[in-house]
Design a protein around this ligand. Structure first.
Ligand SMILES: *Cc1c(COP(=O)(O)O)cnc(C)c1O
Length: 411
């Protein structure tokens, strides 16, 4: 196997969920977003682990992501954070996915499909309170809720909204988050006044789960924290957030590789495409078999990005190539071909950068770093047990997920 791997520490995922649950009251349910292949960590494996660790339901962005979970035998409630279109309608109904709905056309199509199949489809009404992405206007929530409950084959399982700036520490952003929450609770109240049970009400992403306990309501949907990162933009205050709201999170993904070549170069030797770095003295350079096609963004070249070889800090030199990059072994002169290099991950496991700090180098967020790791990088699952790490877990064989279900009827 190619030495470049993403080691997925399922024990850390379990640990993070336990840490998040400490923030919640007993009645608050936990939806774990596993969209985008569980933020790059592997949707099926992470879903199983999340459910074993006490998640009540899973969150996805696309219908095909839901089909993948169902094909793997996962029967827990799956919340689709969007509305289906076209032939996705029948898939949503047949696979018991619970979509967000926010306009009459989709509601009618879902009703027709559920009627055709003799089923009841559960939907959640999505309210746009300030994200301007998907959702109905707050003032339309009551009439849409009424429309849903008048459909004989639909059930209103819940109501949701999504925050735009709940990670920001700026005062006006905090005001905006409070205003979004006010609009949402007003929409829920209007639905109740209409005589309709709004079902499970939920709005909190990671940062709201952390910072705004009043927004927890019936369920929270923290994604990035489950994968071990603080939400938001690191330059805009994620470290401050971590200080103010200490939760003991562990990054779940470590990206590791091995040195494939070592060479000594004299002063004045350029390294990599574009000759953008030239040695100012003689140097020892190693090559790593990881590049931008693996998800190591090319923009990380010449940014001060440093890889760990053992416990030594080795800066990347020159331009990151498609499949390889070069590092400076000045700090680790004894390193040899085959030695392990940790590209990013948990500091406690030897990484220098975590996904958040790496993102900061190029002006992006940990979400983008994690979801950028390409299919070419195999995910290796590890689970800490009483005996320590019993070797690398191969992807587990499919097995029915036996987690007790809180019912398709409810989510
Ligand atoms: C992605 C997403 C989340 C999770 O957001 P995090 O910032 O990762 O916690 C929650 N809800 C919706 C609707 C989302 O799209």
């Amino acid at each position: 196997m190619r030495p470049t791997k993403a080691i997925i520490h399922l024990s850390s995922l379990e640990h993070n969920i336990a840490e998040i649950k400490k923030l919640l009251s007993r009645q608050t349910r936990l939806c774990v977003p596993v969209k985008a292949d569980a933020y790059g960590h592997g949707a099926v494996q992470c879903s199983r682990k999340a459910l074993e660790s006490g998640a009540d339901c899973l969150g996805i962005a696309t219908v095909s992501e839901g089909v993948e979970l169902r094909d793997a035998g996962i029967i827990a409630p799956v919340l689709l954070f969007s509305s289906p279109l076209g032939d996705e309608i029948s898939e949503v109904v047949s696979r018991n996915l619970t979509p967000f709905v926010f306009e009459p056309f989709c509601i009618r199509l879902l009703e027709e499909e559920a009627a055709r199949r003799g089923k009841t489809a559960t939907v959640h009404l999505k309210v746009d309170t300030g994200m301007s992405r998907v959702g109905c206007r707050p003032e339309d929530a009551a009439s849409l809720a009424r429309l849903i409950v008048q459909c004989k084959h639909l059930k209103l399982g819940g109501m949701a909204t999504h925050f735009a700036v709940s990670d920001s520490l700026e005062n006006n952003d905090e005001v905006f988050t409070h205003e979004q929450f006010r609009r949402f609770t007003a929409a829920v109240a209007a639905v109740k006044r209409e005589g309709v049970d709004p079902g499970i009400c939920h709005c909190a992403n990671s940062s709201a789960t952390l910072r705004y306990p009043e927004t927890h309501l019936d369920m929270v949907r923290p994604g990035i924290m489950v994968y071990g990162c603080y939400p938001g933009d690191y330059r805009k205050g994620a470290p401050v957030l971590a200080e103010k709201h200490p939760v003991n999170l562990e990054p779940v993904m470590d990206v590791v590789t091995q040195i494939t070549a070592v060479k000594d170069i004299p002063l004045g030797t350029s390294v990599s495409y574009g000759r953008r770095w030239t040695s100012a003295a003689s140097a020892r350079i190693a090559t790593l078999p990881i590049g931008y096609a693996d998800g190591l963004r090319r923009r990380l070249s010449l940014t001060g990005f440093v890889v760990a070889v053992g416990d030594k800090h080795c800066p990347v030199r020159g331009t990151i190539c498609m499949d390889q990059c070069m590092i400076d072994l000045t700090a680790a002169p004894d390193a040899a071909v085959g030695d392990k290099a940790t590209v990013f991950g948990a500091k406690c496991r030897g990484a220098i950068f975590d996904a958040g700090a790496l993102g900061e180098l190029i002006g992006t967020i940990p979400y983008e770093i994690l979801t950028s790791m390409s299919r070419r990088v195999p995910r290796i699952y590890r689970q800490f047990t009483a005996e320590g790490y019993p070797g690398d877990l191969e992807p587990r064989p499919d097995r029915r997920n036996l987690h007790p279900v809180w019912g398709h009827s409810r989510c």
